[in-house]
Write a new protein. Structure first.
Length: 328
């Protein structure tokens, strides 16, 4: 990103630990370190992709940034305001600017409410419209996400998965936010529908000058929609770079393993390239390895170095951050 571009979101050493209680008296015996110290910036108008294996803390990071989960430590500064330390009413006002598109379009919509009530609810809660004005705004929002405005009187069960996700997008747009966290918005959809939803998100971004944090598993889709991409493993960031830099020159062994699993449509190139196969399973976030989190599965881990200290997440090239002892 250019040096003169405005930083919209600053996250510094963000942590979210879930306590583990046991026994009759429910004493805390440990904690699940879902997010364990991540630091990054999001620039206005960009899309920051966030990828990693299931259970690495991607969704928890998004929800903690939104203050749906209260952080254990760290700061989240959005548009100059530290969201961690503001009062509940101030946070309620900030939610107009920050919204979320949830992963499961089946579970994130209230089955007892019509589409018009679902999309119009944020306007009513924040006193931004009333009565006839809400109806007109809902129809306009449905039209913007390529749904028939007459669908506003129907219920969620009457729609397909892709249509439900569009309803979720319309609800997120209702308050005219500047920043939207997309929590795996396409993972529950058919492949043919995924492209439609991603294209819609891109169109809306240009139309409303939105900033996205796009959480996903599909590496090829993340490359398509993102400007920069962060790779997460077991609660920490291991690499952050421009999308082309990350895909052509991944420096961290985990990033290299992830990208080697992305299919290439050319059968000749697919046959020539070498796959990086990781051994073992992802360790438990309740008991992460000492030193580097990735060392138990890393092909280049060095005893006496990687197991003693956690690598610093540092900038090794302009705009390219890596957390690895072996990368110079």
């Amino acid at each position: 990103m250019s040096a003169d571009q405005k930083i919209l979101l600053q996250v510094r050493d963000l942590k979210k630990h879930f306590p583990i209680f046991r026994g009759v008296f429910q004493r805390q015996v440990g904690a699940v370190r879902a997010v364990d110290g991540i630091t990054f910036d999001v620039y206005q108008g960009e899309t920051l992709g966030l990828v990693g294996e299931s259970g690495c803390g991607k969704s928890t990071a998004g929800r903690t940034i939104l203050q749906l989960y209260k952080p254990t430590a760290g700061s989240v500064v959005f548009d100059g305001v530290d969201l961690v330390h503001i009062k509940a009413e101030e946070m309620r006002q900030m939610r107009r600017k920050i919204q979320m598109i949830f992963q499961d379009p089946y579970a994130s919509l209230n089955p007892r409410m019509t589409v018009g009530e679902i999309v119009g609810e944020p306007l009513m809660v924040h006193n931004m419209a009333s009565g006839r004005e809400i109806e007109e705004r809902v129809k306009d929002l449905l039209d913007k996400v390529n749904l028939n405005p007459s669908f506003s009187s129907r219920y969620p069960h009457e729609f397909s998965g892709g249509q439900r996700q569009r309803i979720g997008i319309a609800r997120a747009l209702a308050l005219q936010p500047s920043f939207i966290i997309c929590d795996e918005p396409i993972s529950a959809l058919d492949v043919s529908i995924q492209a439609q939803v991603v294209n819609l998100l891109e169109e809306l971004q240009k139309q409303f000058n939105l900033t996205y944090m796009f959480i996903a598993h599909d590496l090829s889709m993340v490359r398509h929609i993102s400007n920069r991409i962060a790779v997460m493993y077991l609660g920490v960031f291991v690499e952050l770079a421009d999308r082309n830099t990350l895909y052509h020159e991944p420096l961290h062994p985990y990033s290299q393993a992830l990208l080697s699993a992305v299919p290439i449509p050319d059968p000749i190139l697919e046959e020539q390239r070498s796959r990086v196969i990781l051994q073992g399973d992802v360790p438990s976030p309740a008991n992460p390895p000492s030193g580097c989190r990735f060392r138990t599965r890393c092909p280049i881990a060095e005893i006496g170095l990687c197991d003693l200290s956690q690598p610093e997440f540092r900038e090794v090239k302009p705009g390219h951050f890596v957390a690895c002892h072996k990368v110079n």
